[in-house]
Design a protein around this ligand. Structure first.
Ligand code: SF4
Length: 121
């Protein structure tokens, strides 16, 4: 289990799952999968790393059963450049606004992911 709730309030999540990924999981997710395949997964994987969002693998949308209501989603940014006092996004994403690379700067970029959706329809 991971995501915003686990990252912000892990103590509420503990007890509802065997393993927890706290923070952004670009580094801890592969580590968890490796441990899982060995049958040695830990209870907590915590990351303080702020990923640059480069070389993110393209999701295999073609493997999912998609529908009119569930076409998928592409994320282009992470975090937010604004600082609304009531918002917890800065606690989730280290108060760092980041954008995914544009074409030509990354072999696996945002435009490629959007193209997958165009091809799949
Ligand atoms: S509410 Fe949060 S995500 Fe929305 S503009 Fe304000 S800081 Fe950004």
């Amino acid at each position: 289990m991971g995501g915003p709730h686990v990252t912000l309030l892990p103590e509420e999540a503990f007890g509802h799952c065997d393993s927890f990924l706290i923070g952004e999981a670009e580094e801890t997710w592969p580590e968890f999968l490796e441990d899982f395949h060995k049958g040695k997964e830990r209870a907590v994987y915590r990351s303080e790393v702020i990923p640059e969002l480069k070389n993110i693998p393209l999701p295999r949308w073609d493997l999912l059963k998609r529908s009119r209501l569930m076409k998928g989603a592409v994320f282009a940014t992470r975090g937010c450049p604004y600082r609304c006092a009531y918002c917890n996004l800065k606690q989730i994403y280290h108060d760092r606004f980041r954008v995914r690379p544009i074409p030509g700067s990354d072999p696996r970029n945002l435009a490629d992911e959007i193209e997958v959706f165009r091809v799949l329809g």
